[in-house]
Design a protein around this ligand. Structure first.
Ligand code: ASP
Length: 441
């Protein structure tokens, strides 16, 4: 079986950690293709290389030259190569990279150099070939191009092992483009799919997913297994272990993702399985697998008699959103009512008022009210559909905590129940739900 391993920023933060990575990789001959992030923070308050590179680009725009930020980048990489006692001529590589950054004059190119340099170093440390992602990961019109799978496969064909830089690729003109922040997870998933991997190991600095945010509940239970669908719900709602788009390439090919901790490789981590496989294996599902949530949503509540019979009612509202380039998160509706749940950031700076006016004109509602400062909490688990009384337990736990529920949406996936509460009640609600579903498990 082929394992594709992606190592995140903390795992790559310095020479000592990179050596840990090399030990992990060398400890299992199945770990053949390694995707790396740029060095992240070594300690609280430290800078991530990628952030320094974005600053490098800003300095370049402002002064026409590379400045203090790039010096910091150089110092970090020189130190890493020193710590690893590698013979790689990092000075020459950094000089060449500086010239390319000035020549390319592109934010994406500059930001991508962290992964590029880290990949070169890791390849040298492991004694395996380096694959530049710009030659194999393609973007077409800003979107990931499926042709990349064939290119990656071709590049891996004659290589027993290799290191591939994460986070970036190139467009049809060969210009470097990056994924969004945290995108090396996506690169890892693409390589796993292209390589026909049996598992995509995602090595990070935590031992997998926790049942809820540890800043809210101290030491919550870990999640041993999770389905892709549950992962999608939890990571979309703020459980930030994996980039939310990294699921798609591997899910289509039924490749499990194993989240593991570089600093505690002995821990079991979290295994994310194709949903059918997960459901077949999980004999006794937990009622709730995990709880995640986010603050700062706005709910626009619209009421109109006989809304149900008015053809095109929702269409007209969607047209308003489209005109303002706004996406909505949820759309719970009743016979004569509908709520639009929107990330408040999209409505800032007077947009909310414009949207309200436009909706008023478009559908002439009987009543329209707006609640801002709403937090959404997703309670996720396949087991919820199979156990009787889940909602009763959920809502009594919330009521017993003295919290007023402002909105409910049971996703049509029947995998989650979304509860809206005032921002100020967010933490209290998460604690109450956790207590209810996890205290005895
Ligand atoms: N280095 C990039 C970032 O900090 C990508 C990644 O680490 O996945 O966002």
């Amino acid at each position: 079986m082929i394992k594709v391993c992606k190592f995140g920023g903390t795992s790559m933060a310095d020479g000592i950690n990179m050596r840990r990575v090399a030990d992990i990789v060398n400890g299992d001959p199945q770990r053949r293709y390694i995707v790396v992030s740029a060095p992240g923070k070594r300690f609280g308050g430290d800078a991530k290389i990628t952030d320094l590179l974005y600053e490098t680009h800003r300095e370049l725009l402002a002064t026409g030259m590379l400045g203090a930020a790039y010096e910091k980048v150089c110092a970090r990489f020189c130190r890493i190569v020193d710590e690893l006692h590698l013979s790689l001529d990092i000075g020459a590589l950094l000089k060449e990279t500086a010239a390319e950054i000035v020549r390319e004059h592109s934010e994406d190119f500059t930001a991508s150099r962290g992964e590029y340099l880290a990949g070169k170093i890791m390849a040298e440390l492991l004694g395996v070939p380096f694959i530049d992602a710009k030659d194999v990961i393609r973007f077409d019109g800003g979107q990931f191009d499926l042709a990349s799978y064939g290119l990656v496969r071709e590049a891996l064909k004659d290589k027993k092992r290799a290191v591939i830089a994460g986070f970036y690729g190139a467009d049809a003109n060969g210009r470097v483009r990056t994924f969004s922040r945290g995108g090396s997870d996506v690169s890892g998933a693409i390589v796993a799919r292209a390589a026909g991997a049996g598992v995509y190991e995602n090595w990070t600095d935590v031992s997998g997913f926790l049942a809820c945010d540890p800043h809210i509940v101290p030491s919550p239970a870990g999640i041993g297994e999770l389905s892709y669908k549950e992962l999608r719900e939890l990571s979309y709602m703020g459980a930030n272990v994996l980039h939310s788009e990294s699921i798609f390439p591997v899910r289509e090919a039924d490749i499990p993702i194993h989240i593991l901790n570089t600093f505690r490789p002995q821990d079991a981590g979290t295994m994310i399985l194709p949903t059918a496989k997960y459901l077949a294996r999980a004999k006794k599902l937990r009622t709730v697998t995990g709880i995640a949530g986010k603050k700062n949503f706005t709910v626009i509540y619209i009421e109109k008699s006989l809304m149900n019979a008015e053809i095109g009612f929702t269409y007209k509202i969607m047209e308003v959103l489209l005109r303002h380039n706004i996406s909505f998160e949820h759309l719970p509706s009743g016979i004569d009512t509908m709520s639009l749940v929107i990330d408040s950031e999209q409505l800032a700076g007077g947009i909310l008022e414009e949207v309200e006016e436009d909706i008023g004109r478009a559908v002439k509602p009987d009543r329209m009210t707006v609640s801002s400062d709403i937090a959404l909490i997703a309670v996720v688990g396949h087991g919820m559909t199979r156990s009787v009384g889940t909602s009763a337990r959920l809502f009594s736990a919330i009521a017993n905590a003295g919290v007023n529920v402002r909105m409910i949406d049971q996703g049509s996936s029947e995998l989650n129940i979304i509860v809206g509460v005032d921002n100020c009640n967010y933490e209290r609600t998460v604690r109450a739900v956790y207590e209810e579903f996890f205290k005895e498990q």
